[in-house]
Ligand binder design. Structure first.
Ligand code: PLP
Length: 318
């Protein structure tokens, strides 16, 4: 179980490890949404995504371990590497042979070891498990962990401190650590607040699991919102029930709608974000998300997009 006390303790614990990120109004999206829209600029977080909050809290809570490990090459891997470095701990990020050189370099530039092992993500994950069982490492998963959820919850606290009358929060949704933490914090502070989760139409494991009533696997499909891909874990303990109980509405977007969100945020609001972070804007532009009884806050969850891919979308070539 994760409680509001855990979130408040996390905020205290990670105060010097993460940035308080800016929040700013969007005039163009406010017109589209029929009420005030705010952009929570978490892509301005150090390492470029909110995941630093959960990783920092989890690492700071550890006792005596040989180091930390995970098998993520994306925003969680970067966050864990950065948090471990700040606390002078060893980090080993396990990756498969398929992972491109630039991603390995990014992990190593954060002071972590990128251990290339196996031909698939699953095999990389086995190495992380081996480090845990044989070498005394702590395996920090990307979402289904109470300290990770509590850390992400600090983002919900921060939003309500910045916009106390926020009526709706639009939250990008994958494994659900972000939504679970943010919803827990926001509803503790304002029980009437509306929490809207947003995923892509194809390959959204949480959406399929909610529909089935239990965690299920989905086929992974390539998507512009690459940080929203991947499963929720068939043995999911925390985020599945929390998302099920705390989320008020789920919106699914097409690839075109996600691209429109990226484009709009770049051109109208001057923000460079990755696909996962553009789903709130995409949903407003598609007419699927409106401001209700008060301010609507869109979480721009990350900015780690290949610059060439971003340029293609903004310049309209693909
Ligand atoms: C991880 C991630 C998400 C989704 O977070 P979950 O906790 O897995 O739901 C959304 N946006 C970005 C940029 C991410 O890195």
């Amino acid at each position: 179980m994760v409680t509001m006390d855990d979130v408040a303790a996390a905020a205290e614990r990670i105060r010097d490890m993460v940035r308080e990120t800016p929040i700013k109004p969007s005039a163009s999206l406010s017109r589209q949404a029929g009420g005030p829209v705010w952009l929570k600029c978490e892509h301005k977080q150090e390492t470029g995504a909110f995941k630093l909050r959960g990783a920092s809290n989890a690492v700071a809570r550890l006792g005596d371990v040989a180091g930390v490990t995970t098998a993520s090459t994306g925003n969680h891997g970067r966050a864990l590497a950065h948090a471990a470095k700040q606390l002078k701990m060893r980090a080993v990020i396990c990756v498969s042979r398929l992972v491109p050189q630039n991603k390995l370099a990014a992990i190593e530039s954060l002071g972590a070891e990128a251990r290339v092992i196996g031909a698939s993500q699953d095999e990389a994950f086995e190495e992380a498990h081996r480090l845990k069982h044989d070498e005394g490492f702590a395996l920090i998963p990307p979402f289904d962990h109470p300290d990770v959820i509590a850390g992400q919850g600090t983002l919900g606290m921060e939003i309500l401190r910045q916009i106390p009358d926020a009526a709706t929060l639009a939250v990008p949704l994958s494994g659900g650590g972000l939504l679970a933490g943010v919803a827990l914090a926001a509803k503790s502070l304002n029980p009437g607040i509306r929490i809207v989760g947003i995923s892509m139409e194809k390959g959204a494991a949480m959406a399929a699991s909610l529909e089935a009533g239990h965690p299920v696997e989905v086929e992974e499909v390539e998507t512009l919102a690459d940080s929203l891909g991947g499963g929720i874990g068939l043995q999911n303990q925390l985020t599945f029930p929390m998302v099920r109980d705390l989320m008020d509405e789920l919106i699914l977007l097409t690839e075109e709608e996600i691209a429109a969100g990226i484009l709009h945020l770049a051109v109208e609001d001057g923000e460079t974000v990755e696909g996962a972070a553009a789903v709130g804007a995409g949903a407003v532009l598609a007419g699927k998300l409106h401001a209700g009884d008060g301010p609507l806050v869109l979480i721009l969850s990350g900015g780690n997009i290949d610059p060439a891919r971003h340029a293609e979308i903004v310049e309209g070539v693909s």
